[in-house]
Write a protein that binds this ligand. Structure first.
Ligand code: SF4
Length: 117
């Protein structure tokens, strides 16, 4: 198993220190997928990209904003796109996966990979 632990300490404007780790986000996403009967994207390159984007947004902005959507900069509006966003359940039900292709329905659409993207 490839061990990829990346920890960054960030002191935000609030003075609160947060720790972000891509492995922690991956475990959190796996657990959430399991609870809902979904899968994470089996394509590791796509999965890594999404996880990295979530970690980067948490480091920069203090929340796991969706890496596939634009933040408005308005904290209240942007709450809708903190992962898991308010759209994901409808998207998974309709398309078989969420917009970022992080979560997949087990019986859903064929996973999008680097090759068939
Ligand atoms: S589209 Fe997927 S990865 Fe992006 S915020 Fe929604 S649930 Fe998370």
């Amino acid at each position: 198993m490839r061990l990829r632990v990346r920890r960054d300490l960030l002191t935000r404007k609030t003075g609160r220190t947060i720790t972000t780790s891509e492995d922690e986000i991956r475990s959190w996403a796996e657990e959430y997928a399991r609870e809902n009967g979904w899968l994470l994207n089996p394509d590791n390159d796509v999965l890594d990209r999404v996880i990295r984007g979530l970690a980067r947004n948490e480091q920069r902005f203090g929340h796991r904003y969706c890496p596939c959507r634009l933040r408005s900069g308005d904290l209240e509006k942007d709450r809708a796109i903190i992962c898991p966003c308010i759209f994901h359940k409808d998207e998974i039900a309709k398309d078989g996966h969420c917009h970022c292709m992080l979560y997949y329905r087990k019986d859903g659409a064929e996973p999008v990979t680097e090759e068939n993207e």
